[in-house]
Ligand binder design. Structure first.
Ligand SMILES: Cc1ncc(C[n+]2csc(CCOP(=O)(O)OP(=O)(O)O)c2C)c(N)n1
Length: 276
């Protein structure tokens, strides 16, 4: 009989696939933070599933040796919710970018927050559409000029943590990819949280937003304790500069876990049921 592994190292969660991310991309250290968090938790990779949408950041499932699902742009959350409801024994992690999660997937984000399925949602926010070559995203500052909007969009930014709080997320945090130990700690707590945990990771794209190299000098740890009080969390967000890191909010609320039973239909039964 094979020995059962009881201790894991971050590398135990990395696959053989070499990331195609650009040199200096923040997503490398987000991946490192995630694998460190998984090692701290010590779960077997076969008990973990990483689900994503489309984008540079959404390539992350291929770089772990957990189960993975590389879905459609903006559609990672409903896929992951279905998976968790059908297989509550799995640790489900969802990951993607700000375009994926806040723009095309924005509606799913709202409903994932209020539904409170037990999973962790990581958004690698680089305030730009990286994969499609640098268009503004919902978190891009209004003045940022790009080929698509040379004078800037003039549109105020989406507030991911505030939206998550208003929509009912029960764990809300932020981290900076450059500090993989901090990212690991926040993700560790998020994964252990029994409900929908949202973690925004500031993850620079130094190709389209080279000024984001400065983020390492701008991030600062939260001075406050993590609160269970929605009003207090909202108050802190009003004066937040977008660079405060740490866990902002944790709330104890039953997660959505309907009993869906065990599937008995064969693939050909399912094919027939859906045949047109
Ligand atoms: C339905 C659909 N619309 C548009 C696209 C094109 N597309 C692919 S990735 C992407 C944006 C990715 O940006 P983001 O989610 O911020 O991730 P990043 O690449 O910056 O990590 C877009 C618009 C697509 N694949 N599918």
């Amino acid at each position: 009989m094979d020995d059962i592994k009881t201790e894991y190292l971050p590398n135990d969660y990395k696959s053989e696939v070499r990331p195609v991310w650009c040199p200096g991309c923040g997503d490398f250290s987000t991946l490192l933070g995630l694998t460190k968090a998984l090692a701290m938790l010590g779960r077997d990779p076969k008990d973990i599933a990483v689900v994503s949408g489309i984008g540079c950041s959404s390539r992350i499932p291929a770089y772990t040796n957990c189960y993975g699902f590389h879905g459609l742009h903006g559609r990672a959350l409903p896929i992951a919710a279905g998976l968790k409801v059908a297989r509550p024994d799995l640790t489900v992690i969802v990951a993607g970018g700000d375009g994926d999660g806040y723009s095309i997937g924005g509606n799913h984000f709202l409903h994932a927050c209020r539904r409170n399925v037990d999973m962790t949602y990581i958004v690698m926010d680089n305030q730009v559409y990286g994969m499609t070559k640098g268009q503004p995203s919902p978190t891009t500052d209004p003045e940022w000029g790009s080929k698509l909007a040379p004078e800037g969009t003039g549109v105020r930014t989406f507030s991911p943590l505030g939206v998550a709080l208003a929509a009912g997320a029960t764990f809300i945090g932020r981290s900076f990819s450059g500090d993989s130990n901090h990212t690991a700690k926040v993700l560790h707590d998020a994964i252990l949280h029994p409900g929908f945990a949202f973690v925004e990771i500031l993850s620079p794209c130094i190709i389209y937003r080279p000024e984001q190299r400065e983020w390492k000098n701008m991030v600062h740890a939260s001075e406050g304790h993590r609160t269970e009080d929605r009003a207090e969390a909202a108050e802190r967000l009003i004066s937040d500069d977008g660079f405060t890191t740490g866990v902002l909010f944790i709330y104890d609320f039953p997660s959505y876990s309907p009993d869906v039973g065990t599937a008995t239909a064969s693939m050909s039964d399912i094919e027939q049921e859906f045949a047109v």
